[in-house]
Write a protein that binds this ligand. Sequence first.
Ligand SMILES: Cc1cc2nc3c(=O)[nH]c(=O)nc-3n(C[C@H](O)[C@H](O)[C@H](O)COP(=O)(O)O)c2cc1C
Length: 161
Amino acid sequence: MRSLVVYYSRTGNTRFVAENIADFLDADVEEVIDKSDRSGPIGWIKSGFHATLEVDTEIEKLEYSPSNYDLVILGSPVWNKRITPAMRTYLKKSNFSNSEIAFFNTNNSDKTQNTFDTMKNLLGGKEPISTLVLSKVLENKKESEERIEEWCGELKSWVPE
Ligand SMILES: Cc1cc2nc3c(=O)[nH]c(=O)nc-3n(C[C@H](O)[C@H](O)[C@H](O)COP(=O)(O)O)c2cc1C
């Protein structure tokens, strides 16, 4: 099974999950980089605002084509109960018709599934084979790793070798 993990991360929680998944599945990794400066308190406010308005953003050139993979795993932080502009933009640009997809999100407390509905809708209703929600990842690294390992086992059983 050829797998690709695609993620956006502002402060490292989603990156931690993405890199762990990649280790367990021996997957390639694409970090979606937002060209908009989202650092510091102003960046935080701007980010929440952009997420709420559900706007796109400019992202850096991508390295991998999802159509070359059996499974593409897509991860975003939750911002104001929504997905991030970078992941929104990536999903709109990419073609997943040849691949199975799976979603994860990271958050502080909102164990919301509605970001997955948004992701699915942006992909024309394509169903993920599985989803994972993780809260406060970097504060709970060990527990997060255990849940990621368990999830990766599940993903392997869903997609043939
Ligand atoms: C602008 C902004 C809005 C956020 N909104 C929410 C939210 O609505 N619910 C929640 O549980 N966490 C929220 N968070 C927290 C992040 O989802 C959480 O810290 C996430 O793991 C960060 O991922 P990252 O470190 O990969 O950027 C928000 C964070 C930011 C920066």
